[in-house]
Structures are given as C-alpha cells and as structure tokens.
Design a protein around this ligand. Structure first.
Ligand code: FE
Length: 334
C-alpha cells in the first residue's frame, strides 16, 4: 500500500492525466436530431482531428431535463436541437454556458445566434406555405396573414399548436403585428381549417395531395424529403410575404452546456461545425439551408428558388413563446 502522501500524488497525477486526455480526445453531444443527420458530420470531424464525438439522441425535453439533473456532474458538453424556441428554453433553464468565438461570429449571421452567445444556429429551415397544384394558383397566395381570408374557408390544413414550430411562427407574428391583430389572424386560420390539426408536417402535405385541403404551412425539409420520395406529388412550396417582412426562418442549433466536462474540445467542434466543410454535410443531410451564407444549399434546395427571409432575430421565437402559446389557445388552435 502507498503512503498517504504518495497515494495523493498518484491520485492527482491520474486525475490530471485523465482530464488532459479527455479534453483533447472526446466531446459528448446530446442531440434531439437523429443519428443519420449528425453522424456524418461527427465522423468527418473525428477523421480530421482524431477527436472522438460521442452522442446520445432523444427528444429535446428529456435531454434538457437530463442536463439539468446532472448539474455539475455533467456528462454532456453540447446540446444540439432544433428551433430557436427550444434553444431559448435551454438557456432559460440555465443549462447553457455562453462563449464568444471570432470563428462563429464570422461564419453565422447575427440574427441566427443568441445575443447572449448561449447558442448558435447551424442550419436553417423556412416554415412556409404549401399548396395543391391542382386546385390553387400561386397567384391566389400572398401572405401567411391572408390564409385567414374568407377565400380559404374549409381549405386550410395545419399542424397542432403544441408543436414548437407553430409557436415560433406565431411568436414572430406577435412581434410584427402585436397580440390583438395576431389573434385575429390565428382565429381566421382556425375558422378556415378543413379538418382537425395534424400531428406532423408530412400529414399536412399528404392531406393536400389527397384533396382534403388546398393549402398548409410546413417546414421546407419535410417538403424536400417528400418531394424526393414522390416527385409527382401535386404539392408545391410558396414563399409568402415577399413584398413585406419575408418568410419565417428557423434553425437547428447548438450550445455549450453549463458544466461541460470538455469545454475547449467542445468549442472547437462547434467552431468547425460553422465552417463550409461541415456546413455542407450538415445542411445537405436534411435538405436544409446552411446557416453560413458562404455555403450553397443542395441542388434540391436550390431548385425551390430564392426568397426573402424574415430579418427578425430568431430569438423572438423564445422571447414570445409563452405569449404565443396562450394566444393560440385563446384562438382555438389545438
Ligand atoms: Fe422537424
């Protein structure tokens, strides 16, 4: 047995040794994005740097609760999830740790990052209109707001208000129009519903294709996936509000956890994920727009055409989330 002093020294050396080795060699990511969307990016990073990236995938709520519960005994370095509304929630829970980086600042536009530096966007998706090419002319469409008009009575399909994507869209409407006008618009949408709300965006497009309704609101990558699987589907994307505030754009993003065990290695990974090399792999995997404007989207995404995006900082989705949920409830959006 070692004398107490030697034992302590041996322990200290082991601890220092293991800390150094881990910091250089491993990053742990909790991700609400599925394996096939993240693994190619992490594999490329490991190949390039030798740093091992371990990831656990689950829905965002349990991941965030787990990070909170682990507290100072954190196992996760990074939280990767979708929607500024979720990232904002994570920040409010105190599970993220802001850090500044010249690389990230140079690669990702300000409107797609937290002002506090608690998280940065990695890829973008528009939440836009879809329509039946059999029953709707693009010239019939104009804005999100106009879907509340009499013209669309019994013709609109929507996903549930419980989904954060719709909460974020509503939050940006409140930011633009104020609560009273937004409530009128949302009530108009609810009045125009052809059927009960759907549990996912894909079902909205399938309902349009099946003739159950004529217009809807979905995230672009769902359209991309469906369009690749069924190129002849009589459903198309439409970019609304091109004469005023632009299309609602949200993101997937990443933040450093408050007690990350490998903070330096984790920051280096996040920085790399904003570079053109990683952006291309990450955005293309899910038919998204790279958040780094220097990187071109995939051919499928480019084929959808150019559009003017809303210039509001996406953080608004979080700041007004609670208000949006109450308003949607009052307006009868289930
Ligand atoms: Fe989604």
């Amino acid at each position: 047995m070692l004398a107490p002093k030697r034992l302590l020294t041996a322990l200290a050396l082991t601890l220092i040794g293991s800390t150094v080795v881990q910091a250089a060699d491993e990053v742990v990511v909790y991700s609400s994005r599925i394996d096939e969307l993240i693994k190619p990016v992490f594999d490329a990073y490991t190949q390039k740097t030798g740093v091992k990236v371990t990831f656990i995938t689950d829905k965002e709520a349990p991941l965030m609760q787990r990070i909170k519960a682990e507290g100072a005994n954190a196992t996760a370095d990074l939280l990767l999830t979708v929607d500024a509304g979720n990232l904002w929630q994570a920040e409010q829970m105190g599970i993220l740790q802001p850090f500044t980086s010249k690389v990230i600042d140079a690669n990702i536009p300000l409107q797609y990052r937290a002002a506090s530096h608690a998280w940065t966007g990695l890829s973008l998706r528009a939440r836009t209109l879809v329509y039946s090419t059999e029953r709707v002319k693009p010239s019939d469409l104009s804005t999100y707001e106009a879907l509340a008009d009499k013209q669309w009575e019994g013709r609109l399909c929507l996903r549930t208000a419980k989904k954060v994507y719709n909460q974020s869209l509503t939050a940006t409407l409140i930011e633009t129009h104020g609560a009273a006008k937004t409530e009128e618009i949302i009530k108009g949408w609810v009045n125009n519903l052809a059927t009960d709300v759907f549990s996912d965006d894909n079902a909205v497009m399938q309902a349009i294709a099946a003739g159950q309704c004529d217009v809807g609101i979905v995230n672009t990558y769902y359209y991309g996936r469906l369009h690749q699987a069924k190129p002849d589907l009589p459903v198309k994307l439409f970019w609304p509000n091109q004469a005023d505030r632009g299309v609602h754009v949200n993101l997937s993003g990443i933040g450093l956890t408050a007690h990350a065990p490998h903070p330096e290695a984790a920051k280096a990974l996040v920085e790399w994920m904003t570079t053109p090399e990683a952006q291309k792999i990450f955005a293309d995997a899910n038919q998204e727009f790279p958040a780094n404007p220097a990187v071109k989207p995939s051919a499928e995404v480019q084929a959808w055409g150019q559009f003017i995006p809303d210039t509001l900082p996406v953080e608004v989705a979080g700041l007004r989330q609670a208000e949006a949920i109450r308003l949607m409830d009052r307006a009868g959006w289930n």
